[in-house]
Design a protein around this ligand. Sequence first.
Ligand SMILES: NC(=O)c1ccc[n+]([C@@H]2O[C@H](COP(=O)([O-])OP(=O)(O)OC[C@H]3O[C@@H](n4cnc5c(N)ncnc54)[C@H](O)[C@@H]3O)[C@@H](O)[C@H]2O)c1
Length: 260
Amino acid sequence: MPVSSQRLAGKTAVITGTASGQGRAAALAFAEAGAVVVGCDMDDDGAAATVHKVTAAGGRMSSSRVDLTDETAVAAWAQDVAANQGPVHILYANAAVTRFAPVEQLTFADWKWNVEHEMDVVFLPVKYFWPQLIQVRDAAVVLVGSTAGVTGSMTNGRLAHTAAKGAVVAMTKQLAAEGAPYGLRVNAVSPGMIRTAATEGNLLAADHPMRSIAGSIPLGRIGTPEEVAKCALFLASDEASYVTGANLMVDGGWSAVLPG
Ligand SMILES: NC(=O)c1ccc[n+]([C@@H]2O[C@H](COP(=O)([O-])OP(=O)(O)OC[C@H]3O[C@@H](n4cnc5c(N)ncnc54)[C@H](O)[C@@H]3O)[C@@H](O)[C@H]2O)c1
């Protein structure tokens, strides 16, 4: 049977961090698949630009300014969505921002900053949208891990980032257990090196040692936000109806194949 291009028809999908990168690509892909997209970000201009792109392409999307590290704000947002746009069928907890440092340079404050901006931003939307998700049939949550959550790096000192993304991968499994009695599936996508604003200014910058990594990625290139969005869309859709607790690596084989 061919896969329907309207795989998310009739569904409302909450996507966090829709102002740029993978969140924007997901908003476009999920809307194209028929979902009503509910986005959020703190970058007002970027978020508005994404809404414009989605609606110009014929999709349906709204967006709110939410700081995902702020419990009160996330709770109020979830309540507002439930009242005005619910029920929610899909949560794609995409947003996060990171700071890299090896252990000798990592301060306790940096460590806590990463926990807040990579774990709290996942926990809070999951916690506050969960009551809506368990009430609908065939709901799905997709979290965003990273190759950093399952491997160490010789080139990039990133202890707090590795710990936070490893925690997101672990959260996927525990949430899969807690969602299963409700038929709620919980999976993760774990991108490798993806070309977005976040990496262009950092790991892919001309003077960064990571820039040469494409040579050690089996598929021989950096990935695109659209390639991650397609995998998240699959996990969010009924095509993945028997998949829960999985962590889908979207990394060109980077984490699976040793260089050399
Ligand atoms: N780009 C990569 O190579 C890569 C690799 C592995 C994992 N990831 C993960 O993929 C996800 C998306 O990354 P990206 O590269 O698209 O990054 P990005 O910086 O382009 O987009 C992240 C978006 O999230 C928003 N955001 C961050 N913190 C927020 C908060 N507290 N409240 C509201 N909005 C917030 C930002 O404003 C931004 O628009 C992240 O979870 C990231 O850790 C990225």
